[in-house]
Design a protein around this ligand. Sequence first.
Ligand SMILES: Cc1cc2nc3c(=O)[nH]c(=O)nc-3n(C[C@H](O)[C@H](O)[C@H](O)COP(=O)(O)OP(=O)(O)OC[C@H]3O[C@@H](n4cnc5c(N)ncnc54)[C@H](O)[C@@H]3O)c2cc1C
Length: 375
Amino acid sequence: MKNQKIIIIGGGIIGLSIAEQLLRRGHKPVVLDKGPFAKEASWAGAGYLDLRDAAHMGGDFLKLCRLSYDLFPHWVERMKQDSGIDPEYLLCGSLGLVFNGEEENVIKHIESITSFNGLQSEWLTPQAIRRKEGHLSDKLKAAWYLPQTCQVRSPRLAQALLRVLEKGKATLHENEEVRGFIRQGDKILGVKTSSGEIEGDQVLLAGGAWTGGLLDILGIPLPMKPIRGQVVLFKAEPGLLRHVLFSSTAYLVPRLDGRIYVGSTQEEVGFDKSTTKEAIEKLTQGAYRALPILEKAEVEATWSGLRPKGVDELPSLGKIPGLENLWIASGHFTHGILLSAGTGHLMAQALLGEKPDLDLGSFAPDRKPVQPHLV
Ligand SMILES: Cc1cc2nc3c(=O)[nH]c(=O)nc-3n(C[C@H](O)[C@H](O)[C@H](O)COP(=O)(O)OP(=O)(O)OC[C@H]3O[C@@H](n4cnc5c(N)ncnc54)[C@H](O)[C@@H]3O)c2cc1C
């Protein structure tokens, strides 16, 4: 498997993580992006690394999320050392906010399933909440505390990955769109791009929400929908908030420099990345409800990003059926940043013919879709 030329289509957090893992194993991958690297979903994402949803869903998805969560600290520290860029990985904990009986019932239901799946958590009284966070609303009835929630700034993580890839002499082409494939029977010989043709031994699709379009070119039906998420960024004083907050109206992620990221909607509006007045207002009010002191803070920016969602809530990881050397790592939906470490590790193993540390059968592109988890 040495000296293979592996072409990765898509330089978001997923494509870059796989490229970095290939580089660590002595390969020099080629990464192509139709735009600048990591400026789509991977730039827009909040970067909280949290096992609530995974523990709620259970099964192999929980195993995948846990594997990635466990790889994160060491992976990110090594990247920080090798790149000189700090992705601000923090173990900050999170609070699920309860203002009323309905919210309490929802969280208690989630708790009953997640505790069964081994997730540690604790209920806090209003007094105990105040000892953790001094500025939360005094209307809070209780909070569900998850000590293991972490966060990372995904644009910085992507910059660190890119620096490591540049230093390792990977081939990185921005603004080079893949528009077609050179195919011979069941084999892909290379890709046709906006600038010419590139031959390769293996090709991996990591095009995020655009991956479905790439498969369309080959006549392979594998749906990949963009799910828009809108975001509001507040500029506040450092230390105003320390934990990630989850509530029924918004979630808040505090950065070390005082900025507070407030997300997010889930909308099916095609590839439209605009923001809407209604959604921004709703998120802003959701933030004020949790942390009233934010009413004094400036809204610094708003934006949106497109999460890639496949046939269900799981990513597709593995070989495309019917083709010898075409792979996919896409559809990470709301978990792509959490899953970047694990996806890089497992896909590099699979691409290089090793047995992946986790069986990827549940994530096969042609699997039977799993039911959505309903809260
Ligand atoms: C608002 C929001 C909040 C989120 N919060 C979190 C969170 O807190 N935690 C978490 O774990 N996840 C979160 N996510 C999800 C996470 O951001 C995504 O799952 C992840 O970024 C997907 O990464 P990707 O590399 O697959 O896709 P992308 O980052 O979209 O990258 C795909 C890349 O492929 C390129 N591409 C596409 N087509 C072609 C082509 N034909 N040729 C060349 N290049 C091509 C694109 O230009 C793009 O750069 C959030 C997402 C959003 C939008």
